[in-house]
Design a protein around this ligand. Structure first.
Ligand code: UT7
Length: 322
């Protein structure tokens, strides 16, 4: 009996505090017009003092578990994709597990920066296919504002905080045509200095701040996300026209539009949240998914393509029959 993963529920959480471009332009040398024109970002949510990544993750997770009609005790794998763990160790995933009152199964973090949710979905899907897990809680959660140099206008305007989660459930091929159809992961560490944090426990003994060669990242993002989409479609013998919704990582509206144009996919079929959330790293895709499910855009049976590129570089895609 072939087992696969179907999406049982999703949820999201955004911190209450919003910082608009106009507010940001009072503290750093930028303008609302520059940010909006170059990135499509209008505002970002930022954690309150003391609000941690696990706090965001738990709120999104509770919403996803309730949406799936399950109890926390049904979950046997908790994965948290994050670049901003509460502590260097233990993993944020075990903190989330404890806060949800889950005392069975196992939990760990996945670190692939902005591709983290794609990586975590692929990991969870493999555990389910191997019949080692029945219900996986996959979370993307970031307090990314903690990694920003608020004097560096080329990076601090780009990011925000938030969390999104989905619950995957084991199902069999003959039960339903729904489910994760493919996962494709890639990385190439020769680009590690294009987008990184200039600190870490074993290098500087500090947390560090985000540094980025923006234009280069932009070019790689467009090309590699297009390739990740095409490889998924080819493997499943599907066409771009078969896609109901593209849910890309939300870094820059111009990147999203360029990928859509290269694929020949109308912008009406792309879920875009970067204007409201900015780049929330590993949280951006599950936040966008949960929004589009909640407002009725993504429906059961839709073909949904997820894709991302992040520091490393890491990139990849996940194709889902919703
Ligand atoms: O999530 C992982 C992936 N991350 C990304 O995908 C981000 C990819 N990169 C980008 O989105 C874009 O490269 C940025 C939004 C970061 C920058 O946009 P750009 O069109 O590539 O601008 P640029 O870096 O080439 O800078 C153009 C000009 C520069 O001035 P000069 O040298 O032309 O005089 C910058 O100093 O814009 C200036 N600039 C700013 N001006 C006002 C850079 N940041 C700002 C700012 N406000 N915030």
């Amino acid at each position: 009996m072939t087992v696969k993963s179907i999406v049982a529920g999703c949820g999201r959480y955004l911190p209450e505090k919003i910082i608009t471009n106009v507010e940001l332009s009072k503290t750093v040398d930028t303008t609302d017009e520059w940010i909006e024109q170059r990135t499509g970002i209008r505002q970002r949510h930022i954690v309150a003092p003391g609000e941690k990544t696990s706090d965001l993750a738990v709120k999104a997770a509770k919403a996803a578990i309730a949406h799936a009609g399950l109890m926390p005790s049904d979950i046997d794998l908790v994965l948290v994709a994050t670049t901003t763990p509460d502590r260097t160790f233990p993993s944020t995933a075990v903190t989330v597990q404890a806060k949800l009152g889950i005392q069975s199964g196992f939990a760990f973090d996945v670190q692939a920066v902005c591709s983290g949710f794609i990586y975590a979905l692929a990991v969870a899907d493999n555990f389910i296919r191997q019949k080692q897990v029945r219900h996986a809680l996959v979370i993307g959660a970031e307090a990314f504002s903690c990694l920003l140099d608020w004097q560096d206008r080329s990076t601090c305007i780009l990011f925000g905080d938030g969390a999104g989660a989905i619950v995957l459930k084991a199902s069999t091929e003959n039960e339903t045509s729904r489910g994760i159809l493919s996962t494709h992961l890639f990385s190439d560490g020769q680009y590690e200095d294009m987008l990184y944090v200039d600190g870490g426990p074993s290098s500087t003994n500090t947390v560090g701040k985000v540094r980025m060669v923006g234009r280069e990242v932009f070019k790689h993002a467009v090309h590699k996300m297009e390739q990740a989409a095409l490889v998924a479609l080819k493997q499943q013998k599907l066409e771009v026209a078969d896609i109901d919704w593209l849910v890309p990582h939300q870094a820059n509206r111009r990147i999203i539009e360029a990928v859509g144009e290269k694929l020949g996919l109308p912008i009406e079929k792309v879920v875009i949240t970067v204007d409201k959330h900015a780049n929330t790293s590993a949280a951006s895709i599950p936040l966008a998914l949960a929004e589009a499910v909640a407002d009725g855009r993504i429906k059961t049976g839709n073909l949904v393509l997820l894709e991302a590129l992040g520091g490393g570089f890491t990139w990849g895609s996940v194709l889902i029959r919703w």
